[in-house]
Design a protein around this ligand. Sequence first.
Ligand SMILES: [Zn+2]
Length: 496
Amino acid sequence: MPNKLFFLILSCFFIFVQNARSQDTLSGLKIEKKNGVSYVDGIDLGRKLKTQMLWRSEAGILQIGTSSWALDNEWVSIKDTTFLLKTAVQKSINEKQSFWLPLPSSLPVFERMLNKTFEYDSVSAKITAAQIKDIWSVNLDAKNNGEVLELKLLKAFVVEPFYVHPNYILRINGASMDSTMFLDLVKKSAVISRVVPIQDEQSAQLTLTLRDNWENPELVKKDGGKTLQIVLRKKLAAIQPNPNAAVPVAKAETTIPAAGPIAAGSATKKIKTIVIDPGHGGKDPGAIGYNGLQEKEVVLAVGLKLKNRLEEKGFTVRLTRSRDEFIELAKRPKMASDWGGDLFISLHCNAVEGKERQQKTDGFKFYILRAGGSEEDKAIARRENQAIALESGKKGKDEISPAEWIVLDNQLALYAEKSALLAGYLVEAFDGGSIKKLQTGAGQAGFMVLAGAYMPAVLAELGFITNPTDGAFLATEKGQNELADRLTKAITSFAK
Ligand SMILES: [Zn+2]
């Protein structure tokens, strides 16, 4: 059985995505047609919208909220804005007396006045109203030397930008948004390879995954904070004439549908692309085990088998390495993000020193990226992080610093729960297999190879390469097949 803790901490992280839009249909409105034009009874509509009304019948003027409507007149004004209706306001329609407003051309007046969107469906003769979100417009401007993503807000909010290459995260505290506004962004942008909008109780949060060759994004505030511009500049060497300059992204008014589900961000989307990371490789053999067995060989063999099995299940699978080559630690999760991965699994074998310990220490364990963890788990992370010492021009640091943990906070907030769930499935699938469980089978520590993977991510210590029993099993085709089968089972269950 998986550790119960993992299931407890998942709970309600993504629930609010579904409730991002409040919408209601104004039912029972008096709507009539004449000469092919629909009209709504203005007094009836004003009542249903619960706005203040004043009817000066002798002057033929109806005031609804701050808007003034005059009989036989096509002009309506509120404050500093004037609207032109397609047809004039009518006193009587089909022998019914009232104050008839033409549809749908009257609706923009109410939209501006009430901060709502209205849609009229002429077939069902119904008007639907939806609250406008705080982020009411999204626009992408392509320029020769980069792009500007502009967000328009109803008012100023406290915003917190974070940037951990390749992900730019903008948190707008207390704001609401409609996630569907960001659907077209990736298609229109040469910079942004992925957008994850997440609406929760506290904030609207946008994570943009950026492609290479871009300077650090800059946040510019205008209109007293009501306009936010994320400026994405090309690095000087990368600037070339841009034939697709100035491609606007549709504004909120045209992209907010009146009904239908909110498109979920990738945090809730189905698992399609799986990135398998066979650890070590090339000049980094990883741990050397029983009979000279090398960790890099075992994990590559298992990784290739796992790829075949997952592809048979219909997943798209990418390997960070499919041969014996050296890849830097930080590059691996970045590859996964660039590929639009939905799940990242880094494959490793565990090791201990000293003949006596090697004899009695065995078992599998699955790790997620999180601070804390036992001293033993921290030691395992340090050992796996040592690969960084082989990277050219880098000092042999093997721990994530306190400052780096702070920067990683957003990744952790977004994906720690899902990663823990994945680890739970893995423990469950491995329980009762040929390799025993080490402690609870799951743990947490600062594994650098998981830092920067903006997706559920787990590091697997498949078994102890230094243990005679585990080592012999890891070395055989039969053993590697079993491991690939169990990994497949867990990932398939998780992806359902
Ligand atoms: Zn390793």
